[in-house]
Write a protein that binds this ligand. Structure first.
Ligand code: NZQ
Ligand code: ZN
Length: 381
C-alpha cells in the first residue's frame, strides 16, 4: 500500500426529510448565497423544503441558472453578486454542476490574484481561502457532495478543467433519496455510469497490496450493478435509490482511492469530448473507458481479470471489458463515437493537440502520451 493522508470533513445528512436539518447548520450571522440550476428544484418541491428550512435566516441571496457543465462566465456573475451582498456561506442545491459551481464561486470570491480562471489552470494550487459551503444533492453521480473537486467549463475557449482543494469540501451535504425521484431516466443512467467509472479510475491499475481498497471498490461497483438497473426499472423504489445514492458518494469521497495508484485517463479524455462536442459527462466516459482498457490491456491485465472473476465469474481481461461495455449498453448508454456522429479521427486529432499543448501525460504510470490518447479514441469509432 502507498503512503497516504486521509481527510474527509463533510458531514453527511442522509435520508428522508433531512433537508430540515440544514436549519441548524447554515450560519445565520452572515448572508447565505442559495445557488441552484435551471429550475428542477422548483418543480420537485426541493426549493420549497430548502426555503422552509431557511425561513428564520435573515439574509438569503438567490442565484439560479447554473447550467449543466457549469460555465466560468455564469459563475463570475454569481461571484459579483456574492461580493456585493457580502455573502459568508454558499448553499448549493442541485446536481454535480451546481455543487461544482458553488465550490468555484466560494474560492473565487476570496481569490486575490488576477483572473479567477487561474484557480482552474493551477488545478487549485492558488486557492488559499474559500467561503464555507453546504449542499443539498438532487442527483447521484459525481461524488461532489463529499469531495473537494470541481469541474468548470469556459465557453469562450471551449475548455473544461478541474481543480481540487481541501478548502472545497462541503461542510455538510444532505442526501435525501426522495429528491432524486424526479430525475429523467437519462440522468439516472448517467449517474450509474459516472459512479461506476469513478470506482474504476481508482481500481483498474495494477495490484498494489491493498486488498481492503480492492474489496471496498468491488463492493461499490457490485452495488451499482444491482441497484442501477433496479432504479431505472422501479423509479420510486426508495431502498434502491438510497443504496445508489450512498454508493455514488462512496465512489468518490477519497476513501477507496487512499493508498492505491489511480488512472484518470477516461475522465481526462472524456472532459475533452464534452468540451468539443457537448456530450454529457457520463456519455463521454462510456465511450472512452473500454478504449483505455483495451489499449492498456497488458498493463492492467491482473486487475481486469480480478474484477471479472469477482463480479461476473469471467476469466479473461477481454471478457471483463466486454461485460463492462454490455453493462453500459444495458442501461441504454451508447458506447461508440459514431452513435453521436463524431468522426474518431477528428476527435483524436483535437484531443491529441490539446494534451500536447498542455504537456499532459496520463495513466497510473504517468507515461501515456497524447498520441496514445488519440489511439484510444481511434478504437472507439
Ligand atoms: O439545472 P436543473 O434544472 O437543476 O436540472 C438538472 C440538469 O439539467 C437536472 N437535475 C438535477 N437534479 C434533478 C434534475 N432534474 C430533475 N430532478 C432532479 N432531482 O439534471 C441535469 C444534469 O445535472 P448536472 O448537475 O449537470 O449533472 P451531474 O450531477 O451529472 O453533474 C455533471 C457535472 O459534474 C462534473 C462533470 O464534469 C459535469 O460538469 N463532475 C464533477 C466531479 C466532482 N466534482 O468530483 C467528478 C465527476 O467526474 C464530474 O467530472
Ligand atoms: Zn465523473
Amino acid at each position: 500500500m502507498q503512503n497516504f493522508s486521509f481527510r474527509n470533513p463533510t458531514e453527511i445528512l442522509f435520508g428522508r426529510g433531512m433537508i430540515a436539518a440544514i436549519a441548524s447548520r447554515v450560519p445565520t450571522a452572515v448572508p447565505v448565497l442559495l445557488l441552484y440550476g435551471g429550475g428542477s428544484i422548483q418543480r420537485n418541491g426541493v426549493y420549497a423544503q430548502v426555503k422552509a428550512a431557511l425561513a428564520a435566516h435573515p439574509a438569503v441571496v438567490e442565484f439560479g441558472g447554473i447550467e449543466p457543465n457549469p460555465l466560468h462566465e455564469t459563475c463570475m456573475k454569481a461571484v459579483a453578486l456574492a461580493r456585493e451582498k457580502r455573502v459568508g456561506f454558499v448553499l448549493a442545491v442541485g446536481g454535480g454542476s451546481v455543487l461544482d459551481a458553488a465550490k468555484y464561486i466560494a474560492a473565487a470570491v476570496c481569490y486575490e490574484g488576477g483572473d479567477a480562471w487561474e484557480i482552474l489552470t493551477s488545478g487549485g494550487a492558488v486557492v488559499k481561502r474559500a467561503l464555507p459551503l453546504g449542499t443539498v444533492l438532487t442527483l447521484s453521480a459525481t461524488g461532489s457532495e463529499s469531495n473537494g473537486n470541481s469541474v468548470i467549463s469556459r465557453q469562450a475557449t471551449q475548455e473544461k478543467l478541474f481543480f481540487g482543494s481541501p478548502l472545497s469540501f462541503p461542510v455538510f451535504s444532505v442526501l435525501d433519496p426522495e429528491t432524486t425521484y424526479s430525475l429523467p431516466q437519462k440522468q439516472v443512467r448517467n449517474g450509474v455510469v459516472d459512479a461506476f467509472v469513478h470506482v474504476m479510475e481508482q481500481y483498474m491499475t495494477y495490484p498494489a497490496a491493498a486488498p481492503l481498497q480492492d474489496r471496498l471498490a468491488e463492493g461499490v461497483v457490485q452495488t451499482l450493478l444491482e441497484v442501477g438497473p433496479l432504479t431505472l426499472a422501479a423509479p420510486r423504489d426508495y431502498d434502491a435509490r438510497a443504496s445508489f445514492m450512498w454508493a455514488a458518494t462512496l465512489a468518490l469521497n477519497t476513501l477507496i482511492g487512499s493508498g492505491v495508484p489511480q488512472d484518470w485517463t477516461s475522465h481526462m479524455i472524456g472532459h475533452e469530448l464534452t468540451a468539443f462536442y457537448g456530450l454529457d459527462h457520463a456519455e463521454s466516459l462510456a465511450v472512452v473507458l473500454p478504449g483505455v482498457w483495451t489499449h492498456q490491456i497488458q498493463r492492467k491485465e491482473a486487475k481486469l481479470v480480478q474484477l471479472g472473476q469477482r463480479l461476473w465469474g469471467a476469466s479473461t481481461a477481454t471478457a471483463t471489458i466486454a461485460r463492462t461495455e454490455a453493462f453500459f449498453r444495458a442501461l441504454g448508454m451508447p458506447t461508440r463515437l459514431a452513435e453521436y456522429d463524431i468522426k474518431a479521427a477528428e476527435a483524436a486529432a483535437k484531443v491529441q493537440k490539446r494534451f500536447s499543448d498542455r504537456g499532459m501525460l496520463l495513466g497510473e504510470h504517468g507515461d501515456l502520451t497524447p498520441a496514445q490518447a488519440a489511439e484510444i479514441l481511434m478504437l472507439r469509432a
